[in-house]
Design a protein around this ligand. Structure first.
Ligand code: NAP
Length: 687
């Protein structure tokens, strides 16, 4: 008898008292596991997440959370063989499993790296710039994101038992939320195995991740305003969840990734001997056969110009005839089994529905040759290609969640866009064309109906990640029928879990709340030049107010000659006088910035190790010969790097002229040592 999968609740493994639902090996039909959550205390589950997990995760900064995700990715990477062995039993080949297992671990790495690079070492994220709300600069607005105090429930489909869990977990964890993971029963044994490794590692705080093996029971009764559910699965389950009182009455946030009739469109410009023709055919066959077509992003509709439809069908059929179906653990097999016999029955029913308005042009839905496996004991199915009749409805309605696509034809670009839109919103479309005019017309026509559009041609094919691969840095989700949800998309996926709030107040209050110095806040002009302070000694608001320097015509001439920037506004008095903005010779903006550096720098070796750039540089007022400039430089933000002996310091720089008008504003970005020999008695180089 196989093992009854357990749930993980409030720091303990929970085993249901009943026998549970039996899950069969997709390849052999043997029993793999039993699944049940009967008797699971969902109140305790949610309470533990809320009272223990949430506070523990929220106490960590974004960088600390990112560090844990990286550690977790490294840890899971050491157990891949064990995961692959189980993945074969789901019907997945080695290549399919790589998408799921390596893809999931890669998503953890990606979020770990983005969390470190794009989020502050803090628990609050600033959204956009400060908004001035009063003339005197004493009343400002700033949007901030903070962690919600609820739980993130993650309900996944059967097709990606590892990636599905990790791609939802990583952004939620970075956002400071505890997760409750609910895998689909059919492949829950693989998710449970990965989950056990996560728990054993001890990397994530107690209560930050819990597991339900089996049904969710009365879980939704426990959920409300601060909680979210991210659901991936069928449109029919999505509909049930949408109607739940937790969503309808208690403000539970529900994100949905449901079924999707993705399309690939061949441009009108492509002839059969163009490289794009081959790329198109290859792309369609890949998407039909990877994971045996059980991918939410798989190409279901193949939309081609009417005059070459026969050539496309012949080329697709030829390629499909070479796909070896069978035991996924056999390296020569290209396509494994569907997840279950029940799933195969569903796909067969979908094919029957499609055949009401389409002809079968390749494959036999009822029979398939298999290598190394029993075609009837396992959930094997031949790839199936159909050709739609003129005006067919079914291909735009029926999702065959298996290795099945339907060819549809069009005559004009407008018709191609209109046909694709009949899917009522999809996750992804690909456009295969080498003509930029066709590409723009189709892409902009499709964009309102899709979460992602892939353009494929001879120039990007070698590096293209392909139609079917959601990437952690790009959004995954689609409008309308695809569920209307959005996941991933780099830091966007983290912010989905957080609450955006507009904070209004004085500059000092905003500085205190955001941890970032706000223009108008107090500055601390200390005896010690801040360039002589280590990261440990620097404080937000530490400032330098420099002496002033008069900019001369000789300075401008010298800079023009030295750099070769002899633009007329700096060198030709007559032409410069005619310039409507300057009315005479002006200093180069870069000269102003260079002189400013000369004014604020402290030249001796010290804790400031490097200047790695400037942000938001704006030249606001022209500087003319005879103008005197000075600089106010203030520590705006301090971000230690956990993996280095230094951190980043962002300085607010304002260059003023003799009339106290700002001539340039920007942020200076430096790397500063965390510690430095005590040198506080050194005289500051500038007052
Ligand atoms: P499903 O039957 O809707 O199941 C999805 C998940 O919902 C499973 O974990 C399932 O658990 C759970 N579930 C079912 N009824 C529930 C309820 N009343 N309350 C809470 N949870 C419930 O879908 P599926 O057949 O597994 O997946 C195939 C579908 O998913 C396809 O339509 C496909 O297009 C879609 N999909 C979409 C994406 C995407 O990103 N957009 C990705 C993959 C798949 P049990 O398994 O325990 O019933």
């Amino acid at each position: 008898m196989s093992a009854l999968l357990e749930s993980y609740v409030a720091g303990h493994w929970f085993r249901a008292a009943d026998e549970g639902q039996t899950v069969l090996d997709a390849v052999t039909g043997e029993e793999v596991a039993r699944v049940s959550s009967r008797g699971l205390d969902v109140s305790a589950l949610v309470a533990h997440a809320r009272d223990v997990g949430g506070p523990a995760v929220r106490a960590l900064s974004f960088h600390e959370r990112a560090g844990m995700l990286k550690e977790l990715a490294l840890h899971l990477g050491g157990h891949k063989d064990e995961f692959y062995a189980l993945s074969f039993r789901t019907g997945a080949t080695r290549r399919d499993s790589a998408v799921d297992i390596d893809g999931g671990i890669g998503t953890l790495f990606s979020y770990a790296s983005k969390g470190k690079r794009e989020l502050p070492d803090d628990t609050v994220f600033l959204d956009g710039a400060v908004e001035p709300l009063g003339r005197g600069g004493t009343f400002l607005g700033q949007h901030v994101y903070t962690s919600r105090t609820g739980v993130a429930v993650q309900i996944n489909a059967f097709n990606f038992p590892v990636w599905g869990m990790l791609e939802k977990l990583a952004p939620a964890f970075l956002a400071g939320l505890p997760s409750i993971v609910k895998p689909a029963t059919q492949t829950a044994y693989l998710t449970e195995a990965v989950f056990r490794r996560i728990i054993e590692s001890g990397i994530l705080p107690d209560g930050s991740i819990q597991l339900i093996s089996g049904g969710v029971g009365a879980l939704f009764d426990e959920l409300g305003e601060q909680d979210s559910v991210a659901f991936t699965g069928s449109a029919s389950t999505a509909e049930i969840l949408r109607r739940d009182p937790a969503v309808q009455e208690r403000g539970l946030r529900l994100g949905i990734e449901a079924d999707s009739l993705n399309a690939s469109i061949l441009g009108t410009d492509v002839a059969p001997d163009d490289p794009e023709f081959e790329l198109f055919v290859k792309g369609v066959v890949t998407e039909m056969t990877v994971k045996a077509g059980q991918k939410c992003t798989a190409i279901r509709r193949v939309i081609v110009p009417e005059p070459i439809a026969d050539r496309v069908i012949a080329a697709l059929s030829d390629r499909l005839s070479r796909i070896v179906v069978g035991d996924p653990a056999d390296e020569t097999v290209r396509m494994g089994a569907l997840a279950s016999i029940g799933q195969r029955e569903e796909v067969r029913r979908a094919i029957t529905a499609l055949r009401r308005s389409a002809d079968l042009v390749f494959g036999d839905p009822d029979a398939v040759q298999t290598r190394g496996a029993d075609a009837e004991a396992g959930a094997f199915l031949s790839p199936v290609l159909l050709r739609a009749h003129e005006g067919a409805d079914e291909p735009h309605d029926v999702e065959p969640f298996g290795p099945v696509s339907t060819v549809l034809t069009y005559r004009t670009v407008e018709e191609a866009v209109a046909l694709t839109a009949r899917g009522r919103g999809s996750l992804v479309a690909s456009v295969v064309t080498h003509d930029p005019v066709v590409a723009r017309a189709i892409t902009l026509g499709l964009a309102p109906w899709h979460g992602r559009v892939l353009l494929l041609d001879r120039d990007d094919a070698a590096e293209s990640t392909g139609h079917g691969s959601p990437l952690p840095m790009l959004v995954h989700g689609g409008p309308g029928r695809a569920g209307g949800g959005e996941e991933l998309g780099g830091i966007r996926g983290v912010l989905h879990h957080m609450q955006r709030t507009a904070i209004q107040g004085s500059p000092d209050m905003l500085t205190a709340i955001t941890g970032r110095w706000t223009t108008g806040s107090q500055r601390e002009i200390t005896d010690v030049h801040p360039f002589r302070k280590s990261l440990a000694e620097l404080r937000i608001g530490d400032s330098v107010a420099t002496m002033s320097r008069t900019v001369t015509l000789a300075d401008i001439d010298h800079f023009a000659e030295f750099t070769g920037d002899t633009f007329y506004a700096h060198t030709d008095p007559e032409a410069a006088a005619a310039n409507p903005l300057f009315g005479g010779i002006v200093a180069h903006g870069y000269l102003v910035v260079s002189l400013a550096a000369g004014l604020f720098v402290e030249p001796n070796p010290g804790p400031v190790l490097a200047n790695f750039g400037v942000d938001h540089l704006r030249f606001l007022t022209p500087v003319k010969a005879g103008d005197a400039i000075r600089v106010l430089l203030t520590v705006k933000q301090i971000t230690p790097r956990s993996s280095a002996d230094y951190g980043e310091v962002r300085w607010d720089a304002v260059v003023l002229n003799q009339d106290e008008e700002p001539v340039a504003t920007y942020d200076v970005l430096t790397l500063v040592a965390k510690t430095w020999p005590a040198e506080k008695t050194w005289p500051a180089a500038t007052p």
